[in-house]
Design a protein around this ligand. Structure first.
Ligand SMILES: O=C(O)[C@H]1O[C@H](OP(=O)(O)OP(=O)(O)OC[C@H]2O[C@@H](n3ccc(=O)[nH]c3=O)[C@H](O)[C@@H]2O)[C@H](O)[C@@H](O)[C@@H]1O
Length: 483
């Protein structure tokens, strides 16, 4: 049986370039666009125009009815007729129709007895952080609707598994892309979201060398699409979103504080996250959107991302394959050991929830700013960096298998040598208090990993209280599909 979420995501619930694809909800979209760009004419000209167009419309309608007996007015949304969304990923996504809207509304409905909860759109909800955050919000009775395009940056079956768990607790994850402006408009039309937790992104530092444009589409075009939809939404939601510790780039002042320099990114991934922070500022400044950026520090845990080192180290150690461990070239930095401020998923989720709960309101309406709105940035880390070599030691101990280590000088692949969060601001303003050390968190991850990918072995381990590496090797080859 698949394990339950117990309190875990940073996935690529990413976008794909939808701009070039022909929209399909023409009548609806144009209606909204007209509403956005209309300017205010004088009352007299408005009246005469109204009279003129009323006469024209009535005559046209009369002629139409006389000439076409079967004609009926076009409904704003076709009942139960699913539409293909604007995907470029290999998705069979459909949205629209009465039944779909009903599902969307039901999922976003607040379940607290006093009715005073949040109604949150969680983008990237089938991702690592997204699924854990959505589950946590639902547990306390908030209304939650997920959005994810289930792309294949890593095994989409893992994303489907997370979405299936959410479905069991009543959270519906819409299969759609954050660059799909029509879909976003539709969602904000159907549900008056109070908040958006925007976690859909193209994650991963090193993959930016392989597919740079996917970062631009998801992390730049994607966030603009979301903010565009949010600015015209009524009510305007408050937005909390995932930035990254990687924005600190070549900063050498430790621990990293929100006041430190973030203008020297070391990877395209970091540059797109930093761009997101600047873009968010624009929408706060012009449209009064309440915006909070959370700089996550190397989040790990059950249901995690297979592209992250702790995850694929586990997989490769179990399979007896060598792992590559980077070491510093000692190039004049303050650190000679490659370290990360690994942060456990449940702590990150508490930080996300704290940010949602304390986010002040957006002040705009109908796209017009009515006053200054909050603009906040917080580090969410663990404040205790651990060398990657020690991460491997811990995994060896938990898996009871010796790793085959290939130690190499860190290549120039976008990685930075060291991260360490100063979290005093989040502590003060969000009540953020991380409480899980790496050993405890990894233990939970390993337990999940074995149960999810190697259920038979996990049972055996439970029975005998130990594992046999030979069995691990044999079984892993046939059962592991991650990565
Ligand atoms: O917190 C962040 O800002 C970022 O954390 C992670 O990025 P990273 O910290 O690089 O996490 P991993 O890719 O899991 O790497 C962890 C450590 O292992 C090292 N590593 C990675 C891969 C490898 O083969 N060998 C190796 O030693 C890396 O250099 C790094 O020090 C995520 O992948 C990013 O999406 C996120 O934004």
């Amino acid at each position: 049986m698949a394990p339950q979420l117990n309190g875990a995501s940073g996935s690529a619930g990413a976008t794909s370039g939808a701009a070039a694809v022909k929209p399909q909800f023409h009548h609806f979209h144009h209606h909204r666009l007209a509403a956005r760009h209309h300017h205010n004419p004088s009352p007299t000209s408005l009246l005469s125009k109204l009279a003129f167009w009323s006469v024209c419309s009535l005559s046209l309608l009369l002629a139409f009815l006389l000439l076409s007996p079967s004609a009926a007015p076009t409904p704003r949304v076709a009942p139960d007729s699913p539409r293909r969304s604007l995907h470029t990923s290999p998705s069979t996504a459909t949205w629209g129709g009465t039944a779909w809207e009903k599902k969307v509304r039901a999922s976003a409905r607040v379940r607290r007895a006093n009715g005073r909860g949040l109604s949150v759109l969680v983008t990237g909800a089938a991702g690592f952080v997204g699924c854990h955050a959505a589950a946590a919000l639902r547990r306390r009775g908030d209304g939650v609707l997920g959005l994810d395009n289930f792309n294949d940056y890593y095994d989409p079956a893992l994303k489907r598994g997370r979405a299936a768990l959410l479905a069991r607790s009543g959270v519906y994850v819409v299969d759609g892309d954050i660059a799909d402006a029509e879909l976003l408009d539709k969602l904000f039309d159907v549900v008056p979201f109070t908040h958006v937790l925007h976690l859909a992104a193209q994650a991963g530092v090193r993959h930016a060398l392989v597919d740079p444009m996917s970062y631009v589409r998801a992390n730049v075009a994607g966030i603009v699409a979301l903010l565009e939809a949010a600015r015209v939404a009524d009510p305007q939601p408050a937005i909390v979103w995932a930035s990254s510790s990687s924005v600190y780039g070549l900063n050498s002042h430790v621990p990293f504080s929100e006041h430190d320099r973030t203008d020297r990114p070391a990877s395209l991934y970091a540059a797109t996250k930093k761009a997101g922070e600047e873009i968010a500022h624009v929408y706060n400044h012009i449209y009064g959107l309440s915006l909070t950026a959370l700089r996550f520090f190397t989040v790990y845990g059950p249901w995690g991302r297979p592209d992250m080192a702790y995850f694929f180290f586990t997989r490769d150690i179990l399979a007896g394959r060598p792992i590559t461990v980077y070491e510093s070239d000692g190039g004049g930095t303050h650190q000679t050991t490659i370290s990360r401020d690994f942060t456990y998923i449940d702590d990150i989720v508490k930080g996300c929830v704290g940010a949602l709960d304390t986010a002040g309101r957006s002040t705009g309406s109908g796209g017009k700013k009515r006053g200054p709105a909050p603009f906040r940035t917080y580090n969410l880390g663990n404040t205790s960096p651990v060398p990657v070599t020690q991460l491997v030691d811990l995994l060896e101990k938990l898996l009871k298998v010796k790793a085959v280590r290939r130690v190499v000088k860190m290549p120039r692949n976008g990685d930075v040598p060291y991260t360490h969060a100063n979290i005093s601001l989040a502590q003060r303003e969000l009540g953020y208090r991380p409480s899980t050390d790496l050993q405890t968190g990894l233990k939970k991850f390993v337990r999940w990993y074995l149960e999810y990918y190697m259920p038979g072995l996990a049972d055996k381990q439970k029975q005998h209280g130990s594992s046999n590496s030979k069995v691990l090797l044999d079984r892993n080859g046939s059962t592991n599909s991650a990565g």
